[in-house]
Design a protein around this ligand. Structure first.
Ligand code: FAD
Length: 417
């Protein structure tokens, strides 16, 4: 089974990939597999989803049920975010946020705490109101917000079970405009960081750590757009043509800019649903620091610019609100996320990550679970105060260790229960 992840930097070692069409079949597969893991849309950059056997849930019925009265949408966990846009639009509803591309499965996104940007926006897992999962003995469990295990289950890293259905919060549909500002100075970024990230509903700073910050993408709800009339942002100038986050690349796959209003689903992601996303030939890493550490962390990365640049395509700086989900990198911490799109050179990237993680360690940086990082279980443990609770949950829901994989041993529970 020579199946690779989206970026092609990991070939799954699993001998079998199951794609059951019914819940009963999925339960039987999981119950009899000695080692198994759920596979989403394969957008992670590591072996996080790998195991002896893999099970995909996108063969189960999507069965999208919008409930405007409850303010929810319920669907199969294999559904991709972009696929919810139409059924939600039909009822005048929307999600609170999206990642940079809409092609990612909901089950995989929440398992790794995938996020978009916005000071007041929690990661995508925070929109989850209930999950249904199949545990390793084949039982079906539904866990709802407010129940004791809920905050441990949602960002589950595939370690607790195979999530089959999800219920998400929705809200009235809204329109968004995005504008790109170019040439922000580093001093202006540091001095006005709070004002810049508060200047829109979702703000992304793109940089190659050069003389200036390259671009600031400001996405504003049409009803909330204090920056709309501005032609500049602390010295950065509004672009007059659509841009790609990587300077010089054709923006044809990017969502429309120049302040043109459009539905939330076609403005919050940087890349359009119907097109090949991003650049393809890449590896990504990302680290989350508490907001008060942002300036120090950004300066520490900037000081490494000459080391990073040979393998760096672009960096993105975003903000994410704090939450209560045990394994979320934003657990009880309003956060700034420092992202790196690397060239697809695994060995060179691995070498650079040694320096980068050393530079970010003093800031308590928590790695993005779905991206490339090196931190070992011993290094990760002090960053997650609820990790012992999560390990107990793993033990309780998966007593026979069917969902334990190499990635979990390496980064989370090595030497644990
Ligand atoms: C081009 C690109 C852009 C990206 N942009 C962003 C971004 O803007 N923000 C961000 O935060 N991340 C981003 N990511 C990272 C991505 O969102 C995460 O890696 C996410 O986990 C991928 O989801 P997936 O469905 O592909 O999961 P996979 O890679 O298939 O699996 C990831 C993890 O989820 C688990 N999982 C998957 N499905 C289930 C299920 N049904 N039940 C239980 N566990 C499950 C797997 O077991 C594994 O542990 C990006 C990735 C790419 C390739």
């Amino acid at each position: 089974m020579a199946l690779a992840n989206w970026a092609g930097n990991h070939v799954y070692g699993a001998a079998e990939l199951h794609r059951p069409a019914t819940l009963e079949h999925l339960r039987a597969i999981v119950a009899r597999a000695p080692r198994v893991h759920a596979l989403g849309s394969r957008h992670s950059f590591s072996d996080v989803a790998d195991s002896a056997q893999l099970v995909a849930v996108d063969g189960l019925p999507a069965d999208v049920i919008v409930d405007p009265r409850a303010g929810t949408v319920t669907c199969g966990a294999g559904v991709r975010y972009g696929e919810l846009a139409e059924p939600l639009a039909a009822q005048g509803l929307a999600l609170h946020n999206l990642a940079s591309l809409p092609h990612i499965s909901i089950g995989g996104a929440i398992a790794t705490a995938t996020h978009g940007s916005g000071d007041a926006n929690g990661n995508l897992a925070t929109a989850i109101r209930a999950v249904e999962l199949v545990t390793s003995d084949g039982d079906v469990l539904t866990v709802r917000r407010g129940e004791p295990d809920f905050d441990g289950v949602v960002v589950g890293l595939g370690a607790l079970g195979v999530v089959t259905r999800v219920t998400l919060d929705v809200e009235p549909a809204y329109e968004v405009r995005q504008r790109v500002f170019e040439g922000l100075g580093w001093d202006a970024l540091h001095e006005h960081f709070d004002a810049i990230t508060a200047g829109g509903y979702s703000v992304s700073v793109f940089t190659r750590w050069g003389e200036t910050v390259d671009q600031v993408w400001v996405k504003s709800r049409v009803t909330y757009a204090p920056e709309l009339e501005r032609a500049e942002l602390f010295g950065a100038v509004a672009a007059t043509l659509d841009r790609h986050p990587i300077l010089g690349l054709d923006p044809v796959n990017c969502t429309p800019q120049l302040g043109v209003p459009g539905p939330w689903s076609d403005r919050l992601p940087h890349f359009r649903m119907g097109f090949t996303p991003s650049n393809g030939e890449e590896i990504q890493s990302e680290y989350h620091v508490a907001r008060q550490c942002a300036e120090g962390a950004i300066r520490a990365v900037h000081a490494l610019a000459d080391t990073l640049r040979p393998v760096l395509q672009v960096s993105e700086i975003r903000t994410v609100a704090a939450d209560e989900l045990w394994m979320s990198p934003q657990y009880r911490r309003p956060s700034v996320a420092l992202h790196f799109t690397w060239t697809r050179e695994p060995e060179a990237v691995a070498r650079v990550l040694v320096d980068l993680e050393a530079a970010l360690a003093p800031f308590g940086a928590r790695p993005h679970w779905g991206k490339a990082f090196r931190a070992t279980a011993a290094e990760v443990a002090p960053l997650y105060e609820r990790l012992p609770d999560f390990a107990r949950l793993m033990q309780r829901l998966d007593a026979r260790g069917a969902f334990r994989n190499d990635w979990l041993e390496r980064h989370l529970v090595g030497g644990g229960p």
